[in-house]
Design a protein around this ligand. Structure first.
Ligand code: COA
Ligand code: ZN
Length: 318
């Protein structure tokens, strides 16, 4: 039987790098994205058009996009850039971006902290971006940040997230991503919210974004998978985590997610050996990327070329 497909979007070059104390050059960022592409990754969030004062690490995303276009040129890769406001959208499209990620918020507190708007102001800016993108033929992922828990306001009502998701799907977003921005969700919450979303809107346009702050990242991926979600964000080598915000850590590591999915019999299209090379590069470039929780085991397998054991232990029923 053909293995069922799960799509991964590596957000390390954006979500991971934005909080690093070491600012990477556009050339280094291009090298990291290229290593991901070499592993078979087909969706990468490569940067953000945000204020360079607010997020110095994302300055030069226009150069990253231009360099990648030159290197790859192939049509089957989606390079997404984050746009926090309409100005960001204008800068992104002027730089040739064909896929953007806009941000919605579960709370006023997070919207204020991130973009100096309240939740509804951010939503109306997002609507404007979506409308313009539909006219421009630009692909849009609408991400609901702090969809489970907010560092300022605590627990977020699932009904608020479902309603917002419904509005943006109706308005024509290509993808709706539910993000546990601070890694506060547990698998029970994830299972129930994603089940409600899949019930209401189907799974094909919904994706999930988890952080591993409380070591529940992979369990949360599994919970969403059980609800039928088949697209996930993850970050190479678990890159992320702000040294100035104790308690917040990086996204669930791409290599851990790929390993789990492949071992369960899903097809990710990603070569783990090569992905481990991208993880090593992420560690070298940043000096802080922790690597996935299974990195010692994965490194051992990669070095002794035993990754075949992974596919051998696949559940044959999928
Ligand atoms: N990219 C680059 N510059 C931008 C911008 C964007 N998306 N949006 C606004 N600016 C510029 C303005 O043009 C203005 O420039 P000027 O001083 O030369 O006229 C300056 O930034 C200040 O604009 P203002 O509207 O007052 O914004 P602000 O200072 O309140 O900052 C954001 C607002 C959204 C630009 C800033 O908070 C930001 O970049 N946040 C993103 C945070 C982030 O990336 N979080 C993680 C991902 S969710
Ligand atoms: Zn994130």
């Amino acid at each position: 039987m053909m293995a069922e497909k799960v799509t991964l979007n590596d957000v390390g070059p954006r979500d991971g790098l934005q909080s690093q104390s070491r600012v990477l050059s556009p050339a280094d960022r291009i090298q990291l994205v290229t290593a991901l592409l070499d592993s078979g990754m087909r969706h990468v969030e490569v940067g953000a058009f945000v204020s360079p004062t607010a997020v110095p690490a994302m300055a030069g995303t226009d150069e990253v996009l231009a360099g990648l276009r030159e290197n790859t040129g192939s049509g089957d890769v989606t390079f997404t850039v984050l746009v926090p406001n309409v100005r960001g959208y204008e800068l992104a499209t002027a730089a040739g971006a064909r896929s953007v990620c806009l941000v919605l918020y579960g709370t006023d507190g997070m919207a204020e902290a991130n973009v100096g708007m309240n939740r509804l102001q951010a939503e109306s800016a997002a609507k404007e971006i979506l409308e313009r993108a539909r006219k421009d033929g630009v692909r849009v992922t609408s991400t609901i940040a702090v969809a489970f828990e907010c560092p300022f306001e605590g627990r977020v009502e699932p009904s608020l997230v479902c309603d917002m998701a419904g509005r943006f799907l109706e308005l024509g977003t290509d993808e709706l991503c539910v993000a546990d921005t601070i890694g506060g969700a547990n698998p029970g919450q994830v299972r129930s919210l994603t089940a409600a979303l899949v019930d209401g809107y189907g799974a094909s346009q919904i994706s999930c974004h988890f952080h591993d702050t409380r070591a529940m990242g992979l369990a949360n991926v599994y919970a969403a998978l059980e609800s039928g979600i088949r697209k996930f964000d993850a970050s190479i080598a678990g890159l992320g985590g702000c040294p100035f915000a104790p308690g917040a850590s990086g996204n669930v590591a791409t290599e851990d997610v790929v390993m789990m999915l492949e071992q369960m019999g899903f097809a990710t299209g990603i070569d783990l050996d090569r992905l481990m090379q991208a993880a090593t590069l992420a560690k070298t470039l940043t000096g802080t990327a922790p690597g996935g929780r299974a990195s010692a085991w994965l490194d051992y397998n990669a070095s002794s070329n035993k990754t075949r054991s992974l596919t051998e232990t696949r559940n044959p029923s999928r």
